[in-house]
Design a protein around this ligand. Structure first.
Ligand code: GLN
Length: 454
């Protein structure tokens, strides 16, 4: 009831929830109360969660914040959310996001932007909570849920976490099932939580991750109890600091925060090693070829025929496709479809798409090589703190928006786990995050390191 009250009070200003499910929440909470009264209770018994609107929820509208799915009510449940309800969690509602998870500011949502609950101490300007999981991050930061699901294709868990002083982890590709998650770029998409603390992230991961025969890329591997890694000693662990992440033009306070993180880990007994990830500078161009290519293919299913928005004026099959897609998709989604179909077209396939796949392999190989001399990698999570909503420069120049993902896309391309942990405030009093990147399937060490930095 406290969370419901908080949502009723603050959601008008923040726009974090696009749909609330209070009746369902009350019914689930009642069942949890009854179990707890009997001395029983599962891992997440009674925990009130918000669900990013790209997880299909049976009988509850799921739009991926696109007009084209504006009337879509799934007849089935995503595996991740099914696991959560099975674990005793309570659903408060569906959370705002960039349309089809394409964006870094939550401004591409059909339902309008989310407002970051944080403000600079010297300005009243409304700030972005980041994206695409902006609703998830804002809801957790503003106490409109205890924790939230999110998803990360190129940084959409970690960047919003960094902008809102929350914890976000993208596990290894394949740890959590993608079944029932609206697809953006299937070889990069991964589910994960946004939480208040590193321990909460471990608790959420325990329940969200599972092997699932309904997702052919889901890993058939045991899910450890991630909470056992919290607060473990970091003595002797080797922390890699990549030279290539020291970028020109990054604010000095981001570098200072990074140095601070390094110092904390050193004090705790870790060993700091310099590493090199030589293909880092190709990561953004590579990502912005691979992700739109896969997106253009995934979004071909929205044809106005089977589900979602259909233009009422259309009189022929071609008109139905053209008008429904023209009106149903927003500007950024159309841009991605155009880039994607271009790089996949016969004349350019080898020059762009195949080349990007080769670069992707090189980026993954860089990590394999680097992890021979370190156990985890520490970097800043984002190149800035939360920026203003309605930033005209970013709106006019999509590449300047894409640059936000400079530190996060590499882990998606390589399939590795990455976490953002709040580590300090900038000169305006806004949160900044540090990113911990781990070896494949080694979320445990990532959580250990993050629990020291927290
Ligand atoms: N900002 C990136 C993009 O727009 C990443 C999005 C994501 O991780 N879903 O593609």
């Amino acid at each position: 009831e406290a969370f419901i009250g908080a949502i009723e009070h603050s959601n008008g200003a923040l726009n974090a929830y696009v749909e609330t499910t209070f009746d369902k929440a009350r019914a689930q909470a009642k069942a949890s109360d009854e179990l707890l009264a009997k001395g029983e209770g599962r891992a997440l018994e009674g925990a009130p969660l918000g669900i990013k609107d790209l997880y299909c929820t049976e009988g509850v509208r799921t739009t991926a914040c696109s007009k084209i799915l504006g009337n879509f009510v799934p007849t089935y449940e995503s595996t991740v959310t099914a696991n959560l309800w099975q674990g005793g969690a309570v659903m408060l509602g569906k959370l705002n996001m960039d349309e089809f998870a394409m964006g870094s500011s939550n401004e591409t949502s059909h339902w309008g932007p989310v407002v970051n609950p944080w403000k600079a101490k010297d300005s009243n300007q409304a700030l972005t909570p980041g994206g695409s999981s902006g609703g998830s991050a804002a809801a957790v930061a503003a106490d409109l849920c205890l924790a939230a699901t999110a998803s990360d294709t190129g940084g959409s868990i970690r960047q919003p976490a960094a902008f809102t002083g929350t914890v976000g982890i993208k596990p290894t590709y394949g740890r959590a099932s993608r079944f029932g998650m609206v697809a953006f770029a299937s070889s990069l998409d991964q589910a994960g939580p946004i939480t208040k603390t590193v321990e909460d992230a471990a608790i959420m991961l325990n329940v969200m991750c599972s092997h699932d025969v309904k997702d052919s890329t889901s890993l058939d591997i045991e899910v450890p109890d991630f909470t056992q890694f919290i607060g473990k000693s970091v003595k002797g662990l080797r922390i890699g600091i990549p030279d290539e992440y020291r970028l020109d033009g990054i604010p000095a306070e981001i570098d200072a925060l990074w140095e601070q993180g390094i110092a904390w880990l050193k004090d705790a007994g870790a060993e700091i090693v310099r590493i090199t990830l030589p293909h880092t500078k190709y990561a953004l161009p590579c990502y912005y070829i691979v992700a739109p290519a896969e997106a253009s293919s995934n979004l071909a299913r929205y044809d106005g025929m089977r589900f979602g928005y259909r233009d009422p004026e259309a009189t022929s099959l071609t008109d139905t496709y053209e008008l429904s897609r023209s009106e149903g998709f927003g500007k950024e989604v159309k841009r991605r479809i155009m880039i994607g179909t271009y790089v996949l077209s016969a004349g350019f396939y080898d020059a762009y798409y195949v080349k990007a796949l080769k670069v992707r392999r090189k980026i993954a190989d860089d990590f394999t090589e680097a992890f021979k001399s370190c156990d985890v990698i520490l970097t800043p999570a984002t190149p800035s703190s939360a920026f203003a909503l309605g930033d005209e420069k970013k709106a006019a120049d999509p590449v300047s928006m894409y640059l936000n993902d400079v530190f996060t896309v590499t882990t998606n391309l390589a399939g590795l786990p990455g976490l953002s942990v709040p580590a300090g405030l900038d000169q305006h009093g806004l949160p900044l995050g540090l990113q911990v990147i781990g070896k494949a399937l080694d979320e445990g060490t990532v959580l250990t390191i993050a629990s020291v930095l927290e």
